[in-house]
Write a protein that binds this ligand. Structure first.
Ligand code: NAG
Length: 335
């Protein structure tokens, strides 16, 4: 039995985001009605046009787009969540070196959960975490002896954050990993204690690439575009697992619809990769790009140690390849 039948109303928080717009698209394809929150009405109009190009019915009857200027406001979230059957929240606060990103991330994850717990129509809440909240290799740790499953936590990221903080240092990536780890732990504790009417699903995307649906390059696509201009930043980031944004969007829609996902953490990682493979695939399709080479590509190999069986099954054993993911990213931002 599905957790939510087609026709149910799903709120997608920040629907114009890189992954969120694919989550919304796939939920529409699965027959859900969507209420997407947006900050910018121009991007909202562009989203509707983009959806229509995919051949889905994105008329206001199926896709309601509501503008909120402050999703940190309980009152606005209450309006956004009213009468909804499900919520998908993928957004994250912007980094600001002036304050404590970790506590802002935790607060950001908890506020809409508390609001949702007061809306009895909600049956499922899907929250996006990151593989970096489970896998210590993503903060430079050693591969774990056991494969990374839905039970893994990146406690090393939290330790590293505490060490850096004690030394008065800041590192955006470490704070991101620690914030996601601690925020998600707080979320499961909240569920345990408050037993809301809905169940929680968390999704753990690996490094996400794939076409930007509309508008300029953002997030990881921006970094990939930089790589095509010879910027080696991505080499230092050592991506070693990936997922395509289209598969990631699909998994969010499945997470809303499938009973078996309820109360679980699901890893969205397609397979291993490394910076050399990414550069090689790009070189093949864009021979004139100024891609970095030489020693910057010789990063220590990380070990693929991830149990992605649940998502693999949910996607009928078909993940989009790393070549398709990176080449389509580049094309979508003008290469
Ligand atoms: C959910 O939504 C809020 C907006 O209130 C945001 O600040 C928060 O970081 C979001 N993200 C997740 C993954 O819960």
């Amino acid at each position: 039995m599905p957790a939510l039948p087609p026709g149910s109303l799903i709120v997608v928080v920040g629907i114009t985001g890189y992954i969120a717009c694919y989550a919304g698209l796939e939920a529409l394809r699965a027959g859900f009605r969507i209420r997407g929150t947006v900050r910018d009405t121009q991007r909202a109009a562009a989203l509707r046009v983009a959806y229509e190009k995919f051949g889905v019915d994105a008329s206001p009857e199926n896709l309601e787009l509501v503008t909120f200027d402050d999703l940190g406001s309980e009152a606005q979230l209450e309006v956004a969540f009213a009468d909804a059957d499900g919520v998908i929240n993928l957004t994250m606060p912007e980094f600001d070196s002036e304050d404590d990103y970790v506590s802002r991330m935790i607060d950001g994850m908890m506020l809409p959960l508390r609001v949702a717990a007061r809306v009895p129509s909600i049956k499922r809440y899907v929250m996006t975490s990151t593989l970096a909240a489970a896998d210590p290799q993503l903060v430079g740790g050693a591969p774990t002896a056991e494969p990374i499953t839905e039970h893994a936590w990146n406690d090393e990221a939290v330790q590293l954050y505490n060490t850096l903080r004690a030394a008065g240092e800041k590192n955006q990536w470490v704070e991101y990993c620690a914030g996601k780890t601690l925020g998600e732990k707080a979320a499961w504790e909240f569920i345990e204690k408050n037993k809301p009417t809905w169940d929680l699903v968390t999704i753990f995307p690996a490094c996400t690439w794939g076409p930007v649906m509309f508008g300029p390059a953002r997030t990881t696509a921006q970094i990939l575009a930089g790589l095509l201009e010879g910027d080696p930043t991505l080499c230092y980031m050592r991506p070693y697992t990936y997922v395509d944004v289209r598969d990631c969007g699909k998994l969010h829609a499945i997470a809303i619809a499938e009973e078996s996902f309820g109360g679980k953490r699901t890893i969205a990682a397609a397979g291993p990769t490394n910076i050399k493979e990414v550069v090689d695939k790009l070189k093949k399709s864009f021979p004139s790009a100024k891609l970095p080479g030489g020693p910057s590509l010789e990063v220590p190999a990380s070990k693929w140690n991830i149990d992605n069986a649940v998502a693999t099954r949910a996607l009928d054993n078909e993940w989009i390849s790393v070549e398709d993911a990176v080449v389509e990213t580049a094309k979508s931002v003008g290469y």
